[in-house]
Design a protein around this ligand. Structure first.
Ligand code: AKG
Ligand code: FE2
Length: 352
């Protein structure tokens, strides 16, 4: 379904009543009772903790997500990227549209990429950066585009280091080392040179009717892992089987890490990608910055051989990041299933 241009680019900050184009039916807003909520949200893991690797492994298996502190990303840089996002989204709509995402493009300003799978629009606006932001930044701030570009560059470079460190901690918790992955190479820098990433800035304006609006609908990320910085307003929720939707409250200075679909494939299903969504607020706006980390574009991702044996045959076929993005764009929440070559573990073990 294609949304009308005027609905798609509605200035959400000036709307006093939720328009029909953005009014969702029957959103499950029930959270587990307070007791259960207090008992559990995703763990907050100190990267300096001596058992950080084990704690991360257990979080990936149980939640597919966790928060990290002592991650070495400076508060200044987190403040800078948040200000850059605010500066961008507070531009007049006419200005933002100068950097609109083209119909077949990935980069630029627009509604959430997954919007086409839903009958209603989401209460959010996004800006996607894949490759250099220079061209778009020039259109947004003809006189002063360098500042934005420098911040993005610094942020992406620091995020790349953290993402790589986290990936090896996560894989390390499955006993996987650099020798076990040919595209990572024992030189280490081979992967660094080719690894790719996309930066997604999300803005969720305050909403006149938050119970009937959806900030970002439930999805899993098509990444190896995602590093999410959220401003100090809650909104992110993760889905836990047997519990339902659980809030991931902002914790000053902490970053949220999501297991993405490609890590799900690499780990042969041991670490499931996390289903998550963002809800909106009546009086507060919210900003999030997602660093979407993936492998070099030519690399085929498949279950790591060390995690495959007679009892654990490979569950997924080999696929590059680009191919997977294409599959996701076509099948959305059925994408991972469409790469499946065997029934998931529990069913498989139960089968004769
Ligand atoms: O805003 C959030 O908390 C979630 C953002 C997100 O899931 C995404 O950009 O993929
Ligand atoms: Fe996401």
């Amino acid at each position: 379904m294609t949304a009308r241009f005027s609905d798609k680019y509605l200035d959400l900050n000036s709307v006093k009543e939720l328009p029909d184009s953005h009014a969702w039916e029957s959103i499950d807003h029930d959270l587990p009772s307070d007791g259960a909520y207090k008992l559990e949200s995703v763990p907050i893991i100190d990267l300096n903790h001596k058992n950080a690797m084990e704690l991360i492994g257990s979080a990936c298996k149980t939640w597919g997500a966790f928060q990290v502190v002592n991650h070495n990303i400076s508060k200044n840089l987190l403040d800078d990227i948040e200000s850059a996002g605010k500066r961008l989204f507070s531009l007049p709509m006419q200005q933002k549209l100068k950097a609109a995402r083209s119909p077949d493009g990935l980069s630029g300003y627009g509604v959430a990429g997954i919007s086409s799978f839903f009958p209603k629009l989401m209460w959010s606006e996004g800006f996607t950066i894949s490759g250099s932001p220079l061209e778009h930044a020039r259109r947004l701030w003809p006189e002063d585009y360098h500042r934005f570009c420098y911040t993005i560059q610094d942020y992406e470079s620091e995020m790349n280091k953290l993402a790589e460190r986290l990936m090896w901690l996560i894989l390390g918790s499955l006993n996987i080392t650099k020798e076990d992955i040919n595209w990572a190479g024992s030189k280490g820098d081979q992967f660094q040179a080719g690894s790719s990433a996309v930066l997604q800035l999300n803005c969720y304006p305050a909403c006149p009717d938050p119970d009937r609006a959806m900030g970002l609908a439930a999805h899993t990320d098509s990444t190896i892992l995602t590093i999410l910085h959220q401003s100090n307003t809650s909104g992110l929720q993760v889905f836990r089987q047997d519990y339902g939707w659980i809030r991931v409250p902002p914790q000053p200075g902490a970053l949220v890490i999501n297991v993405g679909d490609l890590l799900h494939i690499l780990s042969n299903g041991w670490y499931p990608s996390v289903l998550h969504r963002a809800v909106v607020h009546r009086t507060q706006h919210r900003l999030s910055i997602a660093y979407l980390y993936g492998p070099p574009s030519s690399v085929k991702i498949f279950p790591i051989p060390k995690l495959v044996d007679n009892f654990h045959p490979p569950l997924y076929r080999a696929i590059t990041w680009n191919e997977y993005l294409g599959t996701k764009a076509k099948h959305f929440d059925k994408a991972l299933r469409s790469v499946l070559v065997r029934a998931p573990r529990s069913e498989f073990l139960g089968a004769k």
